[in-house]
Design a protein around this ligand. Structure first.
Ligand code: PMP
Length: 412
């Protein structure tokens, strides 16, 4: 084959350049990734990542479970297990689901390697190149990455302070249908949205469901933050309103610790069978060790009390961030999240969140530019600020630094 500029270029960088499957083109490193490596230096206050504050989880709670598993069931914990997950844990997941208003049976639960893997498996099962996935504007960066890797077209649907707007969903569906493309599912994060911080109101939930049902669109409900509310509990999950049209994703990453890499999917029967087959093809089975330690933790520790502790920690940090924003950046607009990890800010007009990031890192503060959360180039005027990881003192320092950066930009 004659060498083109492109292949020569590829050859210089990677001798296998011409061998990759076309879908691998969707696997591109985010443009801000290199900056985040710099931003992880200790002197930088990072308001960028979504890392849970695992130091609020007493080591003794996990150690007790770990020791018991290894002394009583070590060989089983070290062994392969069922592709669908450990039955005892699936049983306990039902208790957690009841807190979200969901009643399900143990057969409905598929344990996955974090909910991230469930996102990947569901997308693998449903998406052919060019299929459309509807997602909120903005949406979770990690989901957009998965959708791209399967060559889906992400069509964003506007939200307001009550979450996804039903009328905008109807319009988006009509537009996509008119263009002759196929919508495979709606991906939605109904509670304490990442990155927008908002929660889908109770009134809108049945309406969103009805719109999807009447258009034959499956719902992928991603709910890792639902139990981390600061005020009243969230409305019942969309899955609690319907079993057949919703795949629900849950995770232990935010209510326990992401290091276990354990999440789960609840799926309608036929989809569930496929999900288990896809999971077995990908990883054989989720980690027996992690699942058994979590199962033991749930049966011997006060896990609800621990979730209360996390709520208290994150509420204090949210309050610190809101206070600092009011003090140092009163000209910005932002939402007040009632739970979760994130505040979504709009910058003054003419500021570009992506262009500003290197200057912010120079001032020793990092945030995530809004562009990371759109598949279509939107979000230039937005930033996501995470209050989950830094201490309240550091949050205040970080926002003060951010104010210096923004004032500097406006003076340019
Ligand atoms: N969905 C959302 C909305 C998230 O914010 C995250 C993690 N930040 C995930 C899924 C993946 O979580 P995990 O794989 O750790 O369960």
């Amino acid at each position: 084959m004659a060498e083109t500029n492109e292949t020569r270029q590829g050859t210089n960088l990677d001798p296998w350049f011409n061998h990759y499957a076309s879908r691998s083109a969707g696997l591109s490193a985010s443009e801000v990734r290199a900056l985040f490596a710099v931003a992880s230096r200790p002197e930088v206050v990072s308001l960028a990542g979504g890392m849970p504050y695992v130091r609020a989880l007493p080591e003794s709670l996990v150690n007790g479970a770990l020791e018991k598993v290894m002394s009583e069931n070590g060989p089983m914990a070290m062994q392969y297990g069922s592709g669908q997950g450990v039955p005892a844990l699936r049983e306990q997941i039902l208790e957690i689901m009841a807190l979200e208003g969901i009643s399900a049976s143990v057969d409905d639960v598929v344990v996955t390697t974090g909910s991230q893997q469930a996102l990947d498996l569901v997308t693998k099962l449903f998406i052919d190149p060019g299929d459309v996935i509807l997602a909120e504007a903005p949406s979770y960066v990690g989901a957009i990455g998965v959708f791209r890797s399967y060559q889906a077209d992400v069509v964003h649907v506007l939200m307001d302070e009550n979450g996804l707007i039903p009328e905008k969903l109807r319009e988006a569906i009509a537009d996509v249908k008119a263009s002759g493309r196929t919508i495979k599912f709606l991906y939605t994060i109904p509670n304490f949205h990442n990155p927008a911080g908002v929660t889908l109101s109770a009134e809108r939930r049945p309406e969103i469901l009805e719109i999807c049902q009447s258009n034959g669109i499956l719902i992928l409900e991603d709910n890792p933050y639902g139990l981390l509310s600061f005020e009243e509990d969230v409305p019942p999950a969309i899955r609690s309103l319907n079993e057949d049209g919703v795949i629900y994703l849950g995770s232990f990453s935010k209510t326990l610790a992401p290091g276990f890499r354990v999440g789960w999917a609840l799926a309608p029967h036929a989809i569930r069978e496929k999900l288990v087959l896809a999971a077995e093809a990908a990883i054989l089975c989720p980690s027996s060790f992690s699942q058994m330690v979590i199962s033991e933790y749930l049966s011997q520790a006060d896990w609800k009390g621990q979730i209360e502790t996390f709520r208290g920690v994150y509420k204090e940090r949210r309050d610190a961030m809101l206070e600092a924003l009011e003090e140092h950046l009163p000209d910005l607009s932002w939402n007040v999240p009632n739970g979760g990890f994130y505040i979504w800010c709009s910058l003054p007009e003419n500021l570009d969140s992506k262009a500003m990031l290197p200057r912010a890192v120079t001032e020793l503060v990092a945030y995530t530019p809004g562009t990371a959360f759109f598949a279509d180039g939107g979000g230039r005027q937005n930033i996501r600020l995470s209050f989950c990881y830094p201490t309240p003192e550091n949050i205040k320092i970080g926002i003060r630094r951010l104010a210096t950066v923004i004032r500097g930009e406006l003076d340019l």
